[in-house]
Design a protein around this ligand. Sequence first.
Ligand SMILES: *[C@@H]1O[C@H](CO)[C@@H](O)[C@H](O)[C@H]1NC(C)=O
Ligand SMILES: *[C@@H]1O[C@H](CO)[C@@H](O)[C@H](O)[C@H]1NC(C)=O
Length: 181
Amino acid sequence: MRSSTRKLISFSLVFLLEAALPPAAEPINLEKPCRRFVLYYHDNLFGGDDVANATSATATGPTRLGDYLFGQLVVFDDPMTRSRSLASPAVARAQGFYFYDMKTSYNAWFAYTLVFNTTQTKGTLTIMGADMISEKTRDLSVVGGTGDFFMARGVATLRTDAVEGIKYFRLKMDIKLYECH
Ligand SMILES: *[C@@H]1O[C@H](CO)[C@@H](O)[C@H](O)[C@H]1NC(C)=O
Ligand SMILES: *[C@@H]1O[C@H](CO)[C@@H](O)[C@H](O)[C@H]1NC(C)=O
């Protein structure tokens, strides 16, 4: 075979192979989520006598590994509001748990579902990931959704907004969806 013919054949082969591959996914523009909203998460930890007010409770105590509550698990059904105020109307509930999982610092792992059940919004968004409490902002994965958030995916950026002793803390959650259907 002449070398020019051989070149032509191998070129055509590469071309055919490339044509057979599925198209590359569109790059995601981080600046342009398809949906974005900010909600505040209020964690009101049960202290033993505040049944009416508390929305979370320690379900398992810490182990004795290290000094940072390693193994303590907190289950919550916390209100999510649009404004910072705990007294403002809840637009969703955050239902799930977190546990402390670091020996040398306070570090938690969160897994929860935002349950929306208002006249405007019905559906759920499930969020999970590491909460490195000492970091100013932490990104958790929005792994899926249902109802108005059918098959959604994205990132929830958490920021500690207030801490009042061990009884109460508030997180600002900036929820950015990059897949909306
Ligand atoms: C409920 O908890 C919040 C946060 O700790 C506190 O500000 C508020 O006074 C409490 N309300 C009652 C009725 O105890
Ligand atoms: C949603 O709200 C309706 C009306 O208040 C109620 O009947 C229903 O049980 C709620 N569903 C959930 C999952 O909370």
